[in-house]
Design a protein around this ligand. Structure first.
Ligand SMILES: Nc1nc2c(c(=O)[nH]1)N[C@H]1C(S)=C(S)[C@@H](COP(=O)(O)O)O[C@H]1N2
Ligand SMILES: [Mo]
Length: 254
């Protein structure tokens, strides 16, 4: 007995007002092994999908001030060499602007002051670098979600790309994350670190904190946030500087 047939039977019996038939119909459904198996299969699928999503949405552990590392080392580039960056640094980033563009309805161009006036989130988290060190630090910044909502993501957007001011040789640093991480509550563009303005070595004026991810995903010196449908056209197409150049995994989840 197919599900659609039995449904039609049930609906028919309701329309006819024949209670007895309705009960008999239910009973037949319950005894039908195929039907029960279908239900169970569907439930398992839903459960698996929901677990995947809720695990991705889970918060990274947050620590207390007492847990903070006395020294939070800087890694990778510590001072972008470009003339543009040097000029912005010399003038206290007053003329600097963050661009939010790509597949958005309203591209944004925001000064550091404007960003600092937006609602903030402060979190003390552990940074894990694949080179074998970890440190606990405090980060303050604007939730990325606020900027993306203000810009209005287009339906076709799938990834967020972070374009950075520094380079390795001629190659600019960049990173990318999917929308689950982009809208994660602990994903912030940080302008403060350990209660002070973000130091240059750690990514001033603005760096990504994406707390469920390994260190290399936390782009420093972010100048531009771009919403894209595919990573194919960015860099060598693998989604980040280390992914392109050293085959690092794109999904650097921890
Ligand atoms: N723009 C940029 N972002 C970057 C890097 C970099 O060299 N340039 N290094 C990455 C790596 S490998 C790590 S571990 C962290 C280091 O952050 P920190 O300097 O604040 O310790 O930044 C990541 N983001
Ligand atoms: Mo790293």
């Amino acid at each position: 007995m197919s599900l659609s047939l039995s449904r039609r039977r049930l609906i028919g019996s309701i329309a006819a007002g024949t209670g007895g038939l309705l009960l008999a119909g239910c009973d037949r459904l319950n005894r039908n092994d195929d039907f029960r198996e279908t239900l169970r299969g569907a439930e398992r699928l839903t459960m698996r999908a929901q677990r995947l999503i809720s695990d991705r949405g889970a918060l990274a552990r947050e620590y207390t001030a007492a847990d903070m590392s006395p020294i939070f080392r800087a890694n990778g580039n510590r001072m972008p060499a470009s003339a543009d960056y040097q000029r912005h640094l010399a003038s206290g980033f007053r003329e600097w602007r963050l661009q939010v563009d790509g597949l958005v309805a309203r591209p944004l161009s925001l000064s550091l002051d404007a960003i600092r006036r937006l609602p903030t989130r402060t979190q003390i988290t552990r940074h894990d670098c694949v080179e074998g060190w970890s440190a606990i630090g405090q980060w303050t910044g604007v939730p990325l979600k606020l900027l993306l909502d203000a810009a209005g993501m287009r339906q076709s957007a799938r990834y967020i790309v972070f374009h950075c001011a520094d380079t390795f040789g001629p190659v600019p640093y960049y990173e990318s994350i999917d929308l689950i991480d982009a809208f994660h509550p602990q994903t912030i563009l940080a302008w403060g670190m350990n209660g002070r303005m973000l130091p240059v070595a750690n990514g001033a004026p603005l760096r990504l904190r994406v707390e469920r991810m390994l260190g290399y995903k936390h782009a420093k010196y972010v100048m531009r946030v771009e919403a894209v449908a595919s990573l194919a056209g960015i860099g060598q197409g693998k989604g980040g500087y280390w992914e392109d150049s050293h085959d690092y995994e794109w999904y650097g989840g921890i």
